[in-house]
Every structure is written in C-alpha cells, then in structure tokens.
Ligand binder design. Sequence first.
Ligand SMILES: Cc1cc2nc3c(=O)[nH]c(=O)nc-3n(C[C@H](O)[C@H](O)[C@H](O)COP(=O)(O)O)c2cc1C
Length: 215
Amino acid sequence: MNRREFIRNVSAAAGAVTLGNIGCTRNTNTSNTNNNKGEEKVHKSMIIYFSHAGENYSVGFITEGNTAKVAKEIAAQTGTEIWELKEKEPYPEKYTTCIELAKQELEAKARPEFVGEIPDLSEVGTIYLGYPNWWSAAPMIIYSFLDAAQIDGKTILPFCTHEGSGLGSTARKLAAAYPKVKFELKGLELFGHVAQNEPEEVTAAVTKWLEQMEK
Ligand SMILES: Cc1cc2nc3c(=O)[nH]c(=O)nc-3n(C[C@H](O)[C@H](O)[C@H](O)COP(=O)(O)O)c2cc1C
C-alpha cells in the first residue's frame, strides 16, 4: 500500500477525521577513539524508541507496539542499551481517537511531555531512534525528546514502522529540525503488521540494516 492509499484508508476509518483535519541495561556496543588529551574515550550507542500499543491499523488490538518489537530485536542483535520514551498523558487506545489527537499535535507543533529522566547520553555517540510514522512525520513526542536531550554532534540512525508511507519524510523532517545532528537518512523501515507478526522477517531486516550501517 502506498501513502495515498494509506491516507485514503485512514480517512475512511476515521469517519469524521478528514484529510485537512485530520530501564537501561549495560551497553556492550562501543567503539573507542582518542580525545585531545590522548585519553581513550568510549563512544557508546543507545536505542531510544517510542511505540504505541492499543488498537492500530492493520494489526487490531496489540499489547506491544510494532516499533517496540523492532527496537528489541536491534537490542538483541547489538547488545545496545535500550530506553523507551513514554508519554506522560497516555495516547488513546482507540485508533480513530489516537490519529485525530496525533494530527492535532502535529499541526500545533506540540511537545507532549514524557515520563522519567533522559538517560545519560554524554558517552553516547550513536542513537538508534525508533518511532512509528504518524501522519508522515515522527510523533511529536520524539521532538519533545530531541529538544530536551543533549544530541548535538551525535549520529542518529532512525528506524520506523509504518503502513505504507515508509520512513523517508519522517527522517528528512527530523534532519531539517535538528541540523547539528548527523541523521542517517537510510534508516530502517518496516511495515507495522510485519513487525508485529513476522519475527523472522524482523530479524532478517535488522541484520541486513545493521550490516549496511557498518559499511
Ligand atoms: C496516529 C497514527 C498515525 C499514523 N499515520 C501513518 C501514516 O501517515 N503513514 C503510515 O504509513 N502509517 C501511519 N500509521 C500507522 C503506523 O505508522 C503503524 O501502525 C506503526 O507500525 C505503528 O507503530 P507502533 O505500534 O510502534 O506505534 C499511523 C498510525 C497512527 C496510530
């Protein structure tokens, strides 16, 4: 399904919603470089993701979000620390209500609050940043996180689940919003229903992507 088809289907499902209105674990994935003083500096990586359980397009009611499954597979393959970004005010479980709220947040350039403290990123060089595609953008809570975190100069490898729109525009918008961050635009994109229901495909896609990122 392409983006236009996705939006058409969503609009039909949404009814009144119209187009115009519509615990950290220890990281083992490190690399060493020398800083100016000749001391060894360790650049760690970290997985940070947002994912929404509840009712969703193409998967019905889920207890673990699609992006969460991909995040955990990246953690399993890399041994990288993982931190879940969680909203303070829970997003609605009902799909049509959630997409309406997400659209309002996008249009308002909202910065919804998240819970907890951002983990220490001082030694982190690379962030694997995961999120669902919400209206061809990253959810605004991702912007809340990026506004609050010390991320200048870091590399961000985005991974995204979607139902037709892919990752492309979401990463481009993030790169434009945070020009001091090195965004890898060839992020990992996976259909949400595949992420949810096809673990072997997720494993293979993550392996392939990680290999590409290492080159
Ligand atoms: C609020 C909302 C907006 C969405 N907008 C899009 C979209 O513009 N394009 C698309 O391909 N999928 C869209 N989707 C589908 C999600 O990207 C897809 O279901 C994703 O896998 C959800 O990931 P999660 O379970 O980690 O939250 C949207 C879903 C929701 C809930």
